[in-house]
Every structure is written in C-alpha cells, then in structure tokens.
Design a protein around this ligand. Structure first.
Ligand code: SF4
Length: 439
C-alpha cells in the first residue's frame, strides 16, 4: 500500500458483535485503498466502536474517544455504536469529535468517512429503531488477527431485563437468513478458519423474526448437514433457550463445541424476579445438571452479577451456594452498576459499593476453584486443539483452545496457527493446560 493512501484506525470496546462489526469497518476502508495506521502514527480517521453495557464500559468509551482526539489532532474521530444510541447529546459536547453514528447508522460510517466530510462541522447520523428494522449483516470476507472468526447471525433484544441497557441500544430481534449464514460460513472456511463463533445480542432468539420453524436448532442442523471443515462455537445463550435438542446435538456432533456460556446473574428467586429473568434457581440447576450429564467434559461458564438492588446477605448466600454446588467450569462476575434509563436505576435497596466488591471477590474466588477443578478433570484426556500461535509467556510452545474451551500449551510441530491438532493433557502450567501432540 502506497504511503500516500489515507489511513484509518479502529478502536473497539465491548462485545463480540462490536468486534465483528469493526472487522467490517476494517475491510471497507481497506477495500477503498486505505491503510491501517500504526499504533504510533496518527490516522486520517479513527473510529471508536463504543460500549455502554456497564458504567465502566461507558467511561472507557469516553476515555478512548478523548484519547483518539488528542492523539490524532488532524484526523476525524468518529464515535459509533451503543454510546451514540443512548447518549448522543453527551458525545456532541466532546470538542473535536468529527462524527457520531448510532447502531442503526453504523454500516454507513466507513462510506461516509471515505467520501469525506463536507465541512469541519460535526456530522451526526442517528436513526430510530422501527419494529421492522432490517438485519444489518455487515458481511465480511475474513477475520484478521484471530485464529477463530466471529459471525454475527442475530441482533437486538426485547427482553428488557431490568438492569440491562442493551434493548435500548440494539433494537428489536432480527436474524441473518439461514442461507446467508451458510454462505458466510463457507466464505470463512475457504479463508482457512477452522472455528467460527456464532454471535448475537440475544442468540437464543435467532430466527423468531424469520417465520415458523426458524430457530437456532434448525439452523445448526442445516450447518451440520453441510459438513464444512470447521467447528462451531456458540456465544452466550440464555438458560431458558437451551433446548433438549441443542443439548443432544452438542453431545453427539463433533463440529459443535462442547462449551456453553450462560448468564445466571443471581441464584436467588426473588432477585431473579426483580431482574425480570425468565427462570428460577431450580430451573437453572436442572439445566446445568442435564448439560453436565449429557455432554462429556462440557465447559459451562456462567455470568453472575453481585449487588443487584435488594440483594441482602441471604440472597447473596443463595447465589454462592448455587454456584458452589453446580458442576460449573468458570464464572464471569460483574458488580452491579446502575445504567441510566433502566428500571434497576430507580430501584430501592441499593447495596453499598464496598459490599458489592466483597461479594464479587467471594464469587470470583469460587470461580477460580471451579476453573481449577474443571482443568484437573480434563487431565489424561484427549482433545482437538486449534492453534492460536506461539505463546510469548511460554517460550517454545504453541497455545490453542480445545472445543471445550481449555487453554492448551503444546510443542509446535508441523501444524501452525489456525490448524487443529490432537493433544493429550498431562499437566497445568501457569493457569493453562500442558499437552503432548498425538498426531
Ligand atoms: S436478555 Fe436481558 S440481559 Fe440479555 S441483552 Fe436482553 S435485556 Fe440484556
């Protein structure tokens, strides 16, 4: 690429869907002949793909925008995505920002920046969600810099859990048509990807907008029939949307990763109701037990929130004992943070921030033990691992992931990054599993 071509930078915060959409930005700029600016080089445009899921994420988004303006004084900085959807007025007050675009207008962003802005004034691209808002597919051709690709197949959430801002930022349920999913999987497979993570804002609602008979299980059946040389991982999925057919499929089909990431949030029935979650603690326990008994060596990761308003010590104990008793593999613990515009922001019974921190630490401690137990339960067993490159912290070794999400270190052989190897696990080293290659 000639030095005279224009340059861009993309800064991504938040979820896998944002990361996927940032790849589309990257491809669009590159396709127009632009080049990616080095970290220490100012860019002609900088796109900050924002997140507001927690107070911390919103703060980090603002910080990233301000830093981009400081470090790229002659470039155009664009703030796009969830922050722009919820608080465009706050963004408009940031001096030096060149463009604001919400999620509905996100796909227009690279085109608008490539065409160039007509004046030095801030450009604002905002559009309300409507019930028939189409699925913006952001189709990509590759997923640079990663051994596994993400594919966004679903967008939007209409659950309105009381703590969550996402339904306001991502609009109604909409899905990528099954034939387009297959097409995209073939494209990624042809690019050499051996693993694709199907992502969505509310993945378990895949297909509700596509008519009768369209759901995640029927999509996966179609994918399985294609026999593509790649494995499929599902991103986070709600507990009440993991159907027996999906469990049976993960138990019997090698191309479907034995890995479920499930948001629990609380183990207390009263708090779950206040959160407007659609299951109770016993339902959740029954689901985990059935996943564990049906799928050998399944990895079950769980999101838990500490300190939701009204969470007294009894409710916290209920969460502790639920997660302690279940065969979970890891916990992701989030301290509650009130999001403006949600029901929970106005709820009485706020928990003291110091107590929220203590409870989160207690849950994280259980999470560490769960992870260790899970790793130990896999020692002496064989797994297919897809290489992710040399590990800088373990010189001379490759790192990779098994289908059940174990981080594995193994000696490099003929196979490199992105390629599968069969590995037998024999130890734990620096929080990773150590294995020998079998083939
Ligand atoms: S299901 Fe609940 S927690 Fe998940 S995105 Fe929708 S509203 Fe938020």
């Amino acid at each position: 690429m000639g030095k005279s071509s224009k340059s861009f930078k993309i800064i991504t915060l938040g979820c896998k869907v944002n990361q996927y959409e940032s790849v589309y930005f990257n491809e669009t700029f590159t396709g127009a002949g632009w080049h990616q600016a080095r970290v220490d080089e100012p860019g002609d445009v900088v796109v900050v793909n924002t997140c507001v899921v927690t107070q911390k994420a919103a703060h980090q988004s603002r910080q990233a925008i301000r830093k981009a303006i400081r470090e790229n004084p002659c470039g155009c900085v664009a703030a796009v995505g969830c922050y722009a959807q919820t608080a465009p007025g706050e963004l408009a007050e940031i001096a030096g920002l060149g463009l604001i675009a919400d999620n509905r207008m996100k796909m227009e962003v690279p085109g608008s920046l490539i065409k160039g802005r007509s004046s030095a004034r801030m450009t604002v691209l905002l559009r309300e969600y409507e019930p028939c808002t189409p699925f913006d597919s952001f189709e990509i051709r590759s997923f640079p810099g990663r051994a596994r690709a993400y594919l966004k197949i679903q967008d939007g959430c209409q659950s309105f859990c009381t703590y969550c801002i996402v339904p306001f930022t991502r609009g109604p349920y909409r899905s990528l048509a099954p034939e387009r999913v297959l097409h995209m999987l073939k494209v990624l497979s042809e690019q050499g990807f051996m693993e694709v993570v199907l992502t969505g804002i509310h993945l378990g609602m895949y297909g509700v907008d596509l008519g009768e008979g369209s759901d995640l299980v029927s999509l996966l059946r179609m994918v399985g029939r294609e026999g593509l040389p790649l494995r499929i991982r599902l991103s986070s999925i709600e507990p009440n949307e993991i159907k027996p057919e999906l469990i049976a499929m993960a138990a019997s089909e090698r191309w479907l990763c034995r890995h479920f990431h499930i948001p629990l949030q609380s183990g207390d029935g009263r708090i779950l109701k206040m959160m407007r979650r659609k299951y109770d603690a016993p339902d959740f326990a029954a689901l985990i037990e059935s996943l564990h008994s049906a799928i050998p060596d399944v990895c079950i990761g769980v999101d838990v929130m500490s300190g939701f308003p009204g969470e007294d010590s009894g409710a916290h104990r209920n969460t502790l004992s639920l997660v302690r008793d279940l065969p979970l593999s890891y916990l992701h613990v989030f301290p509650f943070s009130p999001r403006p515009g949600t029901v929970a922001e106005k709820l009485k019974g706020r928990v003291d921030p110091g107590i929220i921190k203590e409870r989160a630490a207690e849950l994280r401690g259980i999470g560490r033990k769960k992870r260790d137990l899970f790793y130990r339960s896999c020692l002496g067993k064989e797994f297919q691992v897809i290489g992710e490159g040399r590990d800088p912290e373990a010189p001379g070794l490759m790192k990779g992931r098994s289908d059940n999400y174990l981080p594995v270190l193994y000696p490099p052989g003929q196979r490199g990054e992105g390629e599968p190897v069969q590995v037998i696990l024999h130890g734990i080293q620096g929080g990773r599993l150590r294995g020998s290659v079998l083939d």
